[in-house]
Design a protein around this ligand. Sequence first.
Ligand code: ATP
Length: 247
Amino acid sequence: DTPNIVLNVNGIEVIYNHVILVLKGVSLQVPQGRIVAILGGNGAGKTTTLRAISNLLRGERGEVTKGSIELRGERIENLSPADLVQRGVVQVMEGRHCFAHLTIEENLLTGTYTRRDKAEIAANLEKVYNYFPRLKTRRTSQAAYTSGGEQQMCAIGRALMANPSMVLLDEPSMGLAPQIVEEVFNIVKDLNEREKVTFLLAEQNTNMALKYADYGYIMESGRVVMDGAASDLANNEDVKEFYLGVG
Ligand code: ATP
């Protein structure tokens, strides 16, 4: 049977600076408990799609001018990022965005958006350390002095401190060595399987993303040009030729 659709993006158009049409009618669905990947090259519109969902376009002088975005049936185009956190949706932005001058643990604690009791926060922190043992080792290190992989883990860990049911993850592999990318994706898979966290991730690393995702949408110039089960996409001749570097 088909799982519930948590997120339904329906034909959205996004315009930057009132004139630059960047998304030309993008539709996608994210079922409960799945890992869905948005794939495609530089400038295809992956980040813009995530920003539209988490309502982070305004700061970029962008707006959704057509279509709709629904979270569990509720229209969310006008909700603030804080409203979305309350509904269990958290975005991890591209480029990691850890606070360089704070320690790893202080960074994680900034993720406890909502006021909750100390015991709950401590339990949450332990859970994050369980999934990311590297962060536990580095808990008192200033983020600036940790590796790129540790900073990416820190950014994901901080998102988890808000107890999300769904995480939007922008380009988790960016700038990381293949082995570290694998480590990060393994943790994502673990969180998905054991904590039932739903993921929508944007990735240029098609190969890696299709290994871990359940379903993929391939974008080009602001449109979805192909979508399908990850295993089908990984075996598709066109996908192999154009996105997997296999001729
Ligand atoms: P990348 O992997 O480089 O982030 P992407 O697939 O995420 O690529 P977007 O960042 O969504 O692509 O960019 C899509 C298009 O929108 C690009 O042509 C880009 O130049 C343009 N764009 C992105 N942000 C803005 C902005 N703030 N103002 C104007 N144009 C923008």
